[in-house]
Design a protein around this ligand. Sequence first.
Ligand SMILES: [Ca+2]
Ligand SMILES: [Ca+2]
Ligand SMILES: [Ca+2]
Length: 207
Amino acid sequence: MKRILLTAAASLAMISSAAAAPFQWSAGSGGNDHWYEFVVLGSGDPSLMATQAEALAGSSSFMGLGGYLATITSAAEQTFLNSHWPGAGSVTGQFLDYSFFLIGATDRNTEGSFEWLGGPEGGNPLAYTNWKPGEPNNEGGEDYVVAWWEDSATGRWNDVPDNPGIRGYLVEYSVTPVPVPAALPLLIGGLGLLGYAARRKRSPTEA
Ligand SMILES: [Ca+2]
Ligand SMILES: [Ca+2]
Ligand SMILES: [Ca+2]
């Protein structure tokens, strides 16, 4: 078992460096110097649970920085991400794989009280929000959040359930990576995800 896990960890490390083509919000342009990546699943890949995407984001790294589902904490950060959304300047549509991306907000701890899952803001309640009208509605039990570039360039948010409906997720890189031994519990639950990560399609912005 241990050997399998170590192999999985090695594979994951390889994937995270080989598949990443993130972009930076540089301090010189008013940003935070963090890196971001829109991860899009391949068309043949089964969709992910929100918690599976959370685990994949949390075990990824880039340029020596650890990843987490993105924390969008200001209108400026939202606007920056809107401009890098893979469909920006081309097509929009709610049924496209890359029209919505999981971000790092949740109310799984206290229904109705959203907080950031990870990164520097992990555990903090949301100060900035960009909800679509009528959201969050917790319809049928929804404790995770996507930014949805449905029919506009605003990437407004919607709460979604933890079911296999995630086709893309947005990673932010800015923290110390989780050491491999500490990541093993995640891998135990995530071994089945390695196939997804290995086959995941590069987002259009990387073309
Ligand atoms: Ca952020
Ligand atoms: Ca909820
Ligand atoms: Ca909703």
